[in-house]
Design a protein around this ligand. Structure first.
Ligand code: AMP
Length: 648
């Protein structure tokens, strides 16, 4: 029977997917009454007034994930807006709940995240769909694979104070909120809204706001105007969503250009740059070179924010200030000036320096929009005639790379493949998959021109070219900025962790195969391409072009590539970065390198390298692949080191 709960924070009906903790039981969807307290999420079969029975509860201390889930397409009983709660029990479990509309879902997510705000071991990635048999259908990985989708930053939650104020505003005489009352009168039926549901509780559509301007290029696409709202019609594909604008026009848009209105948080502000590192924020602000230019970014401590401010007082430099919160939940930079929200605080300091090195005057302008996954919805074949080819950027294994423009507007890099260097048909098939790999630290593949020979590979253009050349060119400045070197390694690690999550092996990771763009962004390029090379000198471990110096013993001995062989190569890449572009093992011949590696001799600690970072490299060079860490673990370790060594 229902026990009396004194501290109910939120309650209401939702549809719950069975958790199937016992194997071989069938999946079902049932309407449940959910009660959120400061300790538990309890689910019962009815409201407390109606003889309810508690069916289960989750101890909120064990929750590690609270995220929007993908729709259960084709499941009659699961209509609505799903989200999931991942938690540790004797095993790892996921509870899927389905709210009636996006607003209700977002209210639940915010309330849950607020209660769980201090939870330890919050996960950075999740799978947005339930496990099917032994595989995750979202990424076709096996059940032990890490999540394939990045979690939201929980810190975008409102403060406890805002929640309690909002609850007070909604309070009705009997103590339950308006939404709860409506739900008690017209419970949500598993198949959708109850008959006669008042119009105000009809499922609302998902509304997104454009974070960047986007110009439609194909007839089925839709242009986006920054800050405008769009109604989502179809979000079943990851990278391209069909939306409707205020005039009723519909079409596809890149999903990474918009953000759900309910979850927008600070992203609506020009000054918020999300996960940008301290080093990259410094590069950005120095490049802008304007007194009082500032950004707000996520601090390396999850849940906190940092203000980075450029000033020319005394000498040009960037100052970093933690945005703190007092016991009342108010935000401040200097304790004398507290504000109810971060935007209010920024606004205050726009008018008063209030202890800062300068008043907040301006934000960096013209920041580039991110690359899209392909140049349009479902497009990976690019017409040769639509490419304007300009200067040569360099040349490599496959031939010349030229800068270009697609349809006169989008800057691209075009790799013109020397005939006979790669198995083209296999690669063209693979390119369809590769355009769908999208991450800030991966060079985006836009598509291929395969109708004529030579074939062209069209990718995102990276202004500063290869990481190796960049390290060599700026050796003197870079070797005095070890923070920047560490940040470069972390960026590569993030891109590689994404590939690892998608079970994608690079096979030729090295500084020469990473590229540098504006704001010191580093991206991994040419992932997976090695599989299509036809040149024996490159593919066989005895060949003169084989990247021996980046290869672990199991590759040298049995050509056994895996994410763990990528880890070894990553260790060598870190060494290249901290040596500012030196050749690993100097002038040693390949045969001598093989001998050394087989004997367990490793590269020496570069001069500019922190001891802690060298320890990480050494872990990458464990003789047995299973003793090497994963990219996901490495990334966390490097972030912790950077937090410890560098002031945030
Ligand atoms: P690769 O054939 O990939 O080794 O490329 C040869 C050279 O072309 C690189 O070292 C870079 O300097 C340049 N390059 C390749 N791809 C790009 C790109 N996407 N943007 C800018 N430069 C590039």
């Amino acid at each position: 029977m229902h026990s009396v709960q004194t501290d109910i924070i939120k309650q209401g009906f939702m549809v719950k997917r069975s958790q199937n903790k016992k194997p071989y039981t069938s999946v079902n969807y049932k309407k449940r009454w959910l009660s959120l307290t400061s300790r538990y999420l309890i689910y019962s079969d009815n409201t407390p007034e109606n003889k309810s029975e508690i069916k289960g509860r989750i101890d909120l201390q064990n929750v590690h994930t609270i995220e929007v889930a993908n729709k259960f397409i084709g499941v009659k009983d699961a209509k609505g807006e799903p989200f999931l709660i991942g938690y540790h029990g004797d095993e790892d479990y996921t509870l899927f709940l389905i709210a009636t509309d996006p607003k209700e879902r977002s209210d639940w997510i915010i309330a849950l995240r607020t209660v769980c705000a201090d939870n330890k071991n919050v996960k950075p990635f999740y799978h947005p769909v339930p496990l099917s048999g032994k595989r995750w259908p979202c990424c076709d990985a096996n059940r032990n694979a890490d999540g394939c989708k990045e979690c939201e930053v929980w810190s975008l939650r409102p403060t406890n104070k805002e929640i309690s104020t909002r609850n007070k505003e909604n309070d009705l005489p009997n103590g339950s909120s308006q939404t709860q009352q409506q739900q008690q009168v017209s419970p949500i039926m598993p198949g959708g809204a109850a008959p006669g549901t008042p119009s105000s509780t009809k499922p609302k559509t998902k509304v997104v706001v454009a974070l960047f301007k986007y110009k439609a290029s194909e007839s089925g696409d839709l242009s986006l105007d920054k800050n405008q709202e769009y109604e989502v019609i179809d979000d079943s594909q990851e990278h391209w969503w069909k939306v409707k604008d205020s005039k009723g026009n519909t079409g596809y848009i890149p999903s990474n250009y918009v953000k759900e209105k309910e979850l927008l948080g600070l992203q609506q502000y020009e000054w918020y740059v999300n996960d940008m590192s301290r080093q990259r924020s410094e590069s950005l602000l120095k490049q802008e070179d304007k007194e009082g230019c500032f950004v707000v970014r996520n601090s390396s401590t999850k849940g906190l924010y940092t203000l980075s401010l450029y000033t020319k007082v005394q000498q040009p430099h960037v100052k970093h200030y933690h945005i703190k919160q007092n016991s009342r939940g108010e935000f401040f930079l200097s304790e004398k000036h507290c504000c109810i929200s971060i935007p209010d605080l920024i606004n205050y300091h726009k008018h008063n320096s209030g202890g800062l090195a300068s008043r907040l005057k301006t934000t960096p302008c013209d920041r580039a929009a991110p690359a899209t996954a392909g140049l349009s919805h479902d497009k990976w074949e690019i017409d040769h005639n639509e490419l304007m080819l300009n200067e040569e950027l360099g040349s490599g294994q496959f031939g010349v790379v030229r800068k270009g423009k697609w349809r006169g507007s989008i800057e691209v890099a075009v790799k013109m493949m020397k005939e006979g260097t790669m198995s083209e048909d296999d690669f063209i098939e693979e390119a369809k998959v590769m355009t769908k790999l999208q991450h800030t630290n991966l060079v985006q593949l836009y598509g291929v021109c395969s109708k004529k020979r030579p074939i062209f590979i069209v990718t995102e253009y990276m202004k500063y070219g290869s990481l190796l050349n960049h390290l060599r060119r700026y050796e003197t400045t870079l070797c005095n900025n070890r923070g920047l070197l560490l940040d470069m390694c972390i960026q590569v690690c993030k891109g590689m962790a994404y590939l690892e999550r998608h079970n994608y092996i690079h096979r030729d990771l090295a500084a020469r195969n990473c590229l540098v763009g504006t704001e010191n962004i580093v991206k991994v390029a040419d992932f997976g391409l090695a599989r299509y090379v036809l040149d024996d000198q490159y593919t066989s471990s005895g060949g003169s072009k084989f990247p021996i110096k980046w290869a672990p013993p199991e590759v040298l001995n049995y050509t056994r590539f895996s994410s763990k062989s990528d880890i070894w190569a990553y260790g060598v890449l870190m060494w290249e970065v901290f040596s500012c572009g030196k050749m690993p093992y100097g002038r040693l011949k390949n045969t001598e390198v093989v001998e050394r590696v087989q004997k367990g001799l490793i590269l020496e600690q570069p001069k500019a390298c922190y001891k802690e970072v060298y320890d990480v490299m050494r872990k990458c060079w464990s003789h047995l692949p299973e003793n090497r860490p994963s990219f996901r673990v490495l990334k966390d370790q490097l972030l912790t080191i950077s937090q410890r060594i560098l002031v945030d």
